[in-house]
Design a protein around this ligand. Sequence first.
Ligand code: SF4
Length: 552
Amino acid sequence: MDREVLEVDVLFVGGGPANLACALHIAKLFEEDGGFDETLSVLIEKGGEIGSHAISGAVMDPRGIRELIPDFLEKDCPVEAEVGDDDIWYLGKKGKLSAFWHPKPLRNHGNYVVSLGELTRWMGGLVEETGRVEVFPEFPGSELLIEDGKVVGVRTGDRGIDRHGEKKPTYEPGIDIRAKVTVLGEGAHGSLAKQLIREFDLGGKNPQVYALGVKELWQMPEGAVPPGRVYHTLGWPLPAKTFGGGFIYGMKGDVWDVGFVTGLDYEDPHTDPHGLFQAFKTHPAIAPLLEGGKMIQYGAKTIPEGGWFSRPKSHVPGALLIGDTGGNLNPLRLKGIHTAMKTGMLAAETILAALKEDDFSDASLGRFEEKVCDSWVYDELWASRNIHQGFEKGRKRGLFSAWWQIVTGGKFGGDKLDMEPGHERMQTVAEAHGPNAAPFERAKYDGEKTFNRLDDVYASGTKHEEDQPPHLVVTDPDICRTKCAEEYDNPCTRFCPAEVYEMEEDPERGGMRLRINAGNCVHCKTCDIMDPYQIIDWTVPEGGGGPRYHRL
Ligand code: SF4
């Protein structure tokens, strides 16, 4: 098939904070250098617009944005508020204990409550204003173009293919964007990064482990929410062996940003991260905060939690991995926006030098890694290098280990503690609950304070073209009806926060079969990460499909 080919110098895949920072910084460097007026750079984003798929907590450390845009506040950066009061609560089933002392890395004074969606929309506008980077929303990267061991660009997804794989009258083939450098900033567990890591064997010293964050925005009565108020919680409703906790942040306009994070290395296959979040909101310390309010938005995403030793190799000939895609999130602070921006800036400096030398080899782009190691990103990630590992032995051991690692700058436990991939830690139902385990029962939700997945998906604004091939590819559906049902009780029906996976009666063969409601998918990638048999492949749907997040 003849495809249109677009030749560019730099291709950014993904419109998150890392790539937007990289694009902004490189535009500034081109301007200062003066020799790059003919250089063509393009940023593609799978969402309907920049920001529509962006979601994070988020309390942002301004260190990254201050280096990128020193006058970001004067330039109307859409921060919600500077952090004011900041509490950490340990929740029991009925009560709470407030932490009387906050370790320095966990203090939030001087940080900002932000909506990552609004922040990236604003940054996208600044990138377009530079006139040096073309921004194309609704263009998902579906495949890496690799020639002679070198990344030479990305093929974008076709449009107008029906559910059976046939061309519709609206068919438009994707284009091949050939680039001297391709920068992958797709967020956690990007589908192209997955291909790159596999084909170039880039895995880190430890496997990457993830957590799933699920959140809602709540519109509260006037005067109910102090902007910049921050609460973090540990404990209930998580079992002691599972990593995670809750958060509540005050936004402007009397909106609470409330969410819950569950480590995707849990053992119990009956774990239900969306259900844990709904339970969290009913806790006697949390429920009064939401009294009189209305849920207005929902979203979910995964967070790369592994830290320094889980970072994949960040460079290959022709490509760089930055931000969450490169595993640059600080797992102690659960913060990655500032490190994403910084890695974007360091990538821009690396690319400028590579363009000047016309050298896009592994050695040339490898200067990015040297820059990371000479920067504060390394200082932060090295000091928190063994944080998540401690929690694999349970919350008490994790907190004890985290305490010592904070005190010793990460030295406690030796230079490197090992980790297993999260899905390998999942036990069978019999191992977790005994041979006569009761079947899993979904909690009942009232539709006012607590919501089922479908109500929440509705609040995420998620839409996909209905008549297209499923973007969730289960490579062996027979496993779902047989081994997985028997051993794990189909955990995809619980870990997916968007009611995509359902077991239904199979009228043809009898028994049960897997039904995939792909249109509900909020693109969190949990299924690709946590499936115990690793038979779910998340691929990009037709451009523009997915959530339409506002202020998440
Ligand atoms: Fe997340 Fe997978 Fe569910 Fe989509 S189908 S919402 S990627 S778990």
